[in-house]
Design a protein around this ligand. Structure first.
Ligand code: WQD
Length: 336
């Protein structure tokens, strides 16, 4: 049984990927310092799959602890989620973001290459494109100057990996996520935003649950179908399955070059108002919202061209926006 290390494996996307890895028969080890999640997720994963992953509480910023982990554990591959991801927060805390998102990656890559551990999957983001000139966005779209330290940390992360693959023979795939949303159909794992949610869907569900007074829609003066910004909202379970496909490509040595990257989205754009309307259908009642000014750093529109992932990873989304919103609402209602 192949052993896969999942860093950030108790987080939103990490936990859903751990479930899919176990479903595929992989043995999973998780490193998570619980800085943005809860240890309860470990039991919830076990309650879904019946298998409790090995869990180690390590802070990847402590290089000696990263080395110590690999001195004591054998792995066949690594899926690296552990990072800070709040765009707005990164603008006010750049050093924390560069330390946590980049130092950790350097330490991790150092251990993998020192021990000839191949097969590295990196959690990247459509944020690397900024506002693309053409839509849908293909992998050949230029990477533009980042609008935030978070976005820059993903761009630099990809370059760190690319150069390591070139120089030291690592095989890696970066997955550029669009907007992950929703929850596992078991409603035992989902998005657990700490504090006031930055992202649209958790803010919508918390508003519908009465935890927030109303949703502020950041701008309705964009050049889009209804003036509100457009994004590609992908069900987190479909996103998790893309990692299984990417891992299989590396383990079966089907990769064409030793560093590849793929856009992981639905290929469909939805505006904020279209998402609100779809959510109201899922919940069965109107959502409280008001239109306010644009949010600093937001782009007008982003949605993926998924041709390359469909073809090379033999992966495509199977779940709809409605199913994602329905699961997000059910997950919210299940919270204490
Ligand atoms: C979506 C849309 C907002 C909140 C994020 C991450 C990015 C990547 C993808 C990880 C935008 C609008 C939001 C609110 C609103 N994730 N909005 N009111 O900014 O597209 O990107 O997910 O890699 O790194 O930042 O997602 O959910 O914040 O915003 O109107 O209260 O919803 O303006 O148009 P975003 P988001």
């Amino acid at each position: 049984m192949k052993k896969i290390l999942v860093t950030g494996g108790l987080g939103f996307i990490g936990s859903h990927t751990v479930v899919e890895l176990q479903n595929e028969g992989y043995e999973v080890l998780i490193i998570d310092n619980l800085s943005n999640t809860s240890i309860d997720v470990l039991d919830q994963i076990e309650s879904i799959t019946g298998i409790k992953p090995t869990y180690v509480n390590i802070d990847l910023r402590v290089q000696k602890d990263v080395k110590q982990f690999f001195d004591t554990h054998e792995v066949d591959g690594v899926i690296h989620f552990a990072a800070y991801k709040a765009v707005g927060e990164s603008v006010s805390k750049p050093l924390e973001y560069y330390q946590n998102n980049l130092n950790t990656l350097v330490y991790l890559l150092g251990e993998l290459t020192a021990r000839n551990i191949d097969n590295f999957i990196f959690s990247s983001s459509c944020t690397v494109y900024g506002q693309a000139d053409q839509l849908p966005i293909t992998e050949s779209a230029p990477v533009k100057p980042a609008e935030s330290p978070y976005g820059y940390s993903k761009q630099v992360g990809e370059i760190l990996i690319r150069d390591t693959c070139k120089a030291l023979g690592l095989n890696a795939i970066a997955l550029r996520y669009f907007n992950p949303i929703g929850a596992h159909p078991s409603i035992k794992i989902g998005e657990l935003p700490l504090g006031v949610p930055q992202n649209l869907i958790p803010f919508i569900t918390q508003t519908a649950a009465g935890m927030r007074k109303e949703l502020s829609v950041f701008g309705d003066d964009y050049p889009t179908v209804d003036g509100t910004a457009v994004r590609d909202y992908i069900h987190v379970v479909d996103l998790a399955k893309a990692h299984i496909a990417a891992l299989g490509r590396l383990l079966q040595k089907e990769n064409k070059t030793n560093y590849e990257f793929f856009n992981i989205g639905t290929g469909k754009g939805s505006s904020v108002l279209e998402v609100i309307k779809a959510f109201e259908k899922a919940s069965g009642f109107p959502l409280n919202y008001k239109i306010v000014g644009r949010r600093e750093g937001d782009i007008t529109a982003a949605y993926a061209d998924t041709t390359l992932a469909n073809k090379e990873l033999k992966w495509k989304t199977e779940l709809s926006l409605d199913e994602a919103l329905d699961s997000a609402w059910k997950w919210q209602q299940a919270q204490k």
